[in-house]
Design a protein around this ligand. Sequence first.
Ligand code: ATP
Length: 629
Amino acid sequence: MFDRVEIKIKAGDGGKGAVSFRREMYVPFGGPDGGDGGKGGDVIIKADKSTDSLRAYPHKTLYRAENGYNGAGKKKYGKDGKDLILAVPAGTMVIANEEEGNEIMLADLDNVGEEILIAAGGKGGWGNVHFKSSINQTPRLAQRGEKGEEKTLRLEMRLIADVGIIGYPNTGKSTLLAAASAAKPKVASYPFTTLEPVLGVVTIGMESLILAEIPGLIEGAHLGKGLGHDFLRHAMRTKILIHMISGTSDTPTEDLIKVNNELAMFDAALAQKPQIVALNKIDLPEVQEKLEIIKSELSAAVIKAHYISASTGKGVSELMSATLEVLKTKADAEKRPEQPGKVFRPQPKEARLKVSREGDTWVIRAPGLDRLIAGSGVTTNELRWQLNRQLEKHGVNSILEKAGVKAGDKVRCGELIWEWDKPGRSVNKIGIFGGTFDPVHLGHLMIAEEAKTSLELNEVLLVPAGQPMSRSNENVTPAKHRLAMLQLAAEGSQYLKVSTAEIERRGPSYTADTIAAIRKKSGRDELYFILGWDRLAQLPDWHEPSKIINLCTLVAVPRPGYAKPSLKALEGVLPGISQKVIFLDKPRVDISATEIRELAAKGESIDHLVPEAVAQYIKKHKLYTTSGG
Ligand code: ATP
């Protein structure tokens, strides 16, 4: 007799990690401070004494644990989702239906307090704090939470008999079972054994007990047959035994002792269970005749017996009441504080990295990475760059390369899709930093340095304008001085190069032409044009701005005193630009060449604003004084 239901369960999904940046007094964007998402709640099935059936679980219902909460700024963790605990009666088996149709017994919750973590909640995603590194100060990537596990389960509750009836064959065990539980015709076969104990529910007043005939035990032992494991287990679970002897036997007392000996040999623990002795068949005249002899024999052996007739029902209800009393006394004696039960835990999942081909797309399955999500405002280039760093760290890039990925192939990791264009060893990343450089100052040098480290540039070309567009010609210091100062500033640097491309070119210094010329020479190299926020805001008014964004990636650096240009607004006038800008959040230096010229003109010191050699050059050539230049 058992209950059986099929249910679906779903553990909570992990919360999303946040993409957020610290707000600081004078700085619109500080370091990343996006907190992690909380863990999804687990689904736990627990044997609990508060319930005695599986009625609470309608067939095919889905039970879900709470999802983890999303992380937030200021490194705030998302709260973990609440676990869902499904209480089931002791004796419930938890069986999983695998996809292939296999069934796996996950747990057999025999005792109150035992539990199984049946579906683990998803881990919370990492906030962008975790993606910060020395060269990526503004990570715009975070992780989505892991999905909670999902399962289809069958719960089967086995009725565990409180009382087992033992005794020789033909002592009337099945008759007693039928007589005692006749009012409740719930006699069903126990489905898991070959040798099946029969169960019956006996109602005594408001209470009930479950009775099991244990036929195989002695018979099986006699025949030398092995008993089914489940069957034995069932017998072991009974709390007390009714030992039936037959009044028709010539030696009822001996029978009883023999059976007990065999029981002890078979299993000592079984023999130690309390027994209530019932002498059966007192309705038969032959038994009536020797009843007194039997009684004195039994009491001589210090055996207290009940005298019953299972077939007429005489003495059966008294026997059942007495059985119930013994059961209750035993239960009271055993009432211990609830032990924390066994906790079954599923095996941790294997963390594996896999690359496969789906159609024309390479699909990366990398635990943790395939949950990456892009924060708002991230441009394709930036995403590609930040993502690339993560992929590199996890060794995915080299796997892809070994698998034969080619430039232009589509690559997908979780929800992020991009085109493969990771430069091979022979491709360089070149920064182009154009300006009037009148004069070159420490702000310029710090910008070049930051761009170089952040983007892992191989070199930064400093390109002084021949005829700057921004200032009228007559005010501009002659190119040879500006060039000389740049050369002094770049002296000794491994990566700073000075380009005379614009100075040597006739006509106005259009950036578009400069980049096109560099592109021509550099073949497959990646080009990054470095500029301040102020210049980015003006970009749509430049000569052929769309040509510029087609030829290179823009690297925008903050400039104190100017607002960060809105990509949305720029996109309106220069479509495609938002995919071509990488914003750096450092350095923030409030130096301008105009200020330097003004200070120099007033004869004030500019030593702290330009490299030493440049300061000397300015003095020597009396630049920016009314008399010099
Ligand atoms: P000026 O004051 O004469 O206009 P400048 O200091 O802006 O000169 P440029 O040589 O014209 O210097 O600038 C070259 C590039 O450097 C431009 O893209 C400009 O936005 C950027 N830049 C210059 N100074 C800073 C700074 N302090 N912070 C950020 N960007 C800067």
